[in-house]
Design a binder for this molecule. Structure first.
Ligand code: ACO
Length: 356
């Protein structure tokens, strides 16, 4: 039997940040409200493109695996904030990492995108169609933000994470997975003023993240808990077998509600929403990488992940880690220097939103 082992992991966190106190200078909010309702203290804003974020994360994942771009057969880029739609952004990543001739494709399942892409790439490796894949999730969610709206402006951030998957005889990697989409109310979470449904001859307003927070909150908790139960059944495991939970980072209270439903102890849950906010598809990829770096993921760990996003897409995964928890080569990818603060990077966008 062939498995798709995770042999490399990497992330790219852009340097400029915006703290809760700083965002309070833009919209009517405050650190107390944001931190207590969401767990977010700060978020990153990127000075480079989604493709650049994805490239840096992918290069570090390749270094970690001790292989090169030319060894890769497939690049799946999970994003809902692509640099370019046509050609797809994955093709730019393919070029940047030197994965000559590799298949390259964007997958958009919003916040569930990384787990969707993991299942798709794993299935190809396990079927023997390919040997090695890079699954990368990269987002510039701040590009979409309407800085005049406090309910959404405080939630999102930018970043990228990536893994390398390689065919292996060892039972590891994604061993059970369930992905789905509940389209009954797909309008409760969407981005307005974006896409070919618009009349291109009419002036188009700024993009706008539209969502019914409370409704999503309830569905996220119910959907992710149910999906985790299904995956445990599929893998023939009980909750006691799970060593680490790496959930989508949309709201600390959602994470805690899932944790309670699944009865998982605090020390088993990976949380970094305080530093980065919601980076959509990238949250789990970044959190997975940091969980290995900080020692939460140990050799042969059983890892449960769950996500929920626009669509409403949902996903849960059981990943068995391999033996190695240290990189073969240390991360060394760099971004061009950033000479602006987070607030300076978004200043023009803020002006447009406030003038609307
Ligand atoms: N600062 C201060 N006050 C605010 C802010 C803010 N940033 N945002 C909203 N408020 C006010 C509202 O106006 C409202 O005031 P009112 O009572 O006078 O009308 C009050 O706070 C409560 O607003 P709610 O929307 O009911 O607050 P809630 O506790 O539900 O928290 C939140 C909102 C954080 C969005 C929560 O519902 C949530 O996390 N939902 C799910 C996550 C989500 O929707 N994320 C979007 C992406 S989706 C995804 O990633 C899966």
């Amino acid at each position: 039997m062939t498995y798709a082992q995770i042999t490399g992991w990497g992330k790219c966190i852009p340097p400029a940040s915006i703290s809760n106190d700083e965002i309070s200078q833009i919209v009517d909010t405050n650190d107390e409200w944001i931190a207590s309702r969401t767990g977010i203290k700060s978020r990153r804003v990127s000075h480079v493109s989604t493709a650049d974020l994805a490239t840096a994360a992918a290069l570090d994942a390749l270094a970690c695996a001790g292989i090169e771009g030319k060894d890769i057969d497939l690049i799946l880029l999970a994003t809902c904030s692509p640099s370019t739609m046509v050609a797809n952004t994955a093709s730019m990543v393919q070029k940047n990492i030197g994965a000559i001739g590799a298949a390259a494709c964007d997958t958009n399942a919003a916040c569930s995108g990384f787990l969707y892409a993991m299942q798709l790439a794993t299935a190809q490796i396990r079927a023997g169609m390919i040997k090695r894949a890079v699954v990368v999730a990269a987002e510039r969610m701040t590009w979409y933000v309407n800085w005049a709206k406090r309910d959404s402006a405080v939630l999102f951030g930018d970043g990228a994470g990536a893994v390398v998957l390689e065919a292996s005889d060892e039972p590891s990697g994604l061993l059970a997975s369930k992905i789905g989409c509940d389209t009954e109310d797909r309008n409760i979470l969407h981005i307005a003023n974006c896409g070919t449904d618009l009349n291109k001859y009419e002036p188009i307003g700024p993009s706008d993240l539209m969502f019914e927070g409370r409704e999503i909150f309830k569905r996220a908790v119910k959907g992710m808990s149910q999906a985790c139960d299904d995956v445990l059944t599929q893998a023939n495991l009980s909750l006691d077998d799970i060593h680490v939970l790496v959930p989508h980072q949309a709201n600390l209270r959602i994470i805690q509600a899932i944790q309670q439903k699944l009865n998982i102890a605090d020390e088993k849950v990976m949380v970094n929403i305080d530093k980065y906010g919601n980076t959509s598809a990238a949250t789990i990829a970044i959190a997975l990488c940091e969980a290995v770096e900080n020692g939460l993921i140990k050799p042969h760990a059983n890892i449960m992940s769950a996500a929920f996003g626009a669509g409403l897409t949902w996903a849960a995964s059981y990943i068995k880690w391999g033996e190695r928890v240290t990189p073969i080569n240390a991360p060394s990818a760099t971004l061009p220097p950033c000479d602006k603060t987070g607030l300076e990077l978004i200043a023009e966008s803020v002006r447009h939103c406030v003038d609307q």
